[in-house]
Write a protein that binds this ligand. Sequence first.
Ligand SMILES: [Zn+2]
Ligand SMILES: [Zn+2]
Length: 259
Amino acid sequence: MEQIGNYHTHTYRCGHAYGDDEQYIKAAIMAGFKELGFSEHIGYPCIDKPQERMLYKDQNEYLETMHKLQQKYADQIKLFIGFEIEYFDDQFDYLKTMRSHCDYMIVGQHCRYVEGCGYDQLSDDEAVIAYKNQLIACMKSGLVSMVTHPDYFMLGRRDFSETCEQAAHEICACAVACDIPLEINLNGLRYGKLRYIDRQQYAYPFRSFWEIAANYPIKAIYGFDAHQPTTLLEHGRIEEVQEILKDLQICLINQLVLK
Ligand SMILES: [Zn+2]
Ligand SMILES: [Zn+2]
């Protein structure tokens, strides 16, 4: 199935991605995409995290630049201007305001609090429950069109416990109820295989999570999560991920409907 677009793309502004904006656009055109969604890590007014998110003060420049590029490339590719957000209850009003300034949002929950506490560093069962609750609240909030790497918490664990199973069930049930696609992330491969209790495997996509997801009528979509332009040209990532998820009946979509 041909991918119509990629809706998970970063820029240099977050401090851990590389390349000029137009290089991402050119790479997307070369890859044959009809649509490209920029989803830079949103900044928060209360705290700057220069290596993790765009600075709060840079957000207007990001939106203005992207609007210009949207026009400039209009005859070659459809550009969507968005944000990858992290959902925190105490930031809801801010996120809602920012939603009105962009085309779409996706959620990629990396931290427990706006100040930090990364789920990639350690996710014990209690943290997995907090993670799951944040994703569910976010899906119900109506802010987002997609959940990126829903299995992200596996970076901070070395086993898939009963609590993880339960969290996967609840995330998938909510995604179905809210009709929000779950992303099969194509950039979890960059961490290499980690030493889980039973075998070495990538943190995401994590097969045990998707075995549960396959029991639900979820919609899944590939996301390159590009932090450099050439990532968009690496179609082989899809084949690698298909091998991990082999024989699972997951309904894939190739175009994101923006909410
Ligand atoms: Zn990133
Ligand atoms: Zn991302």
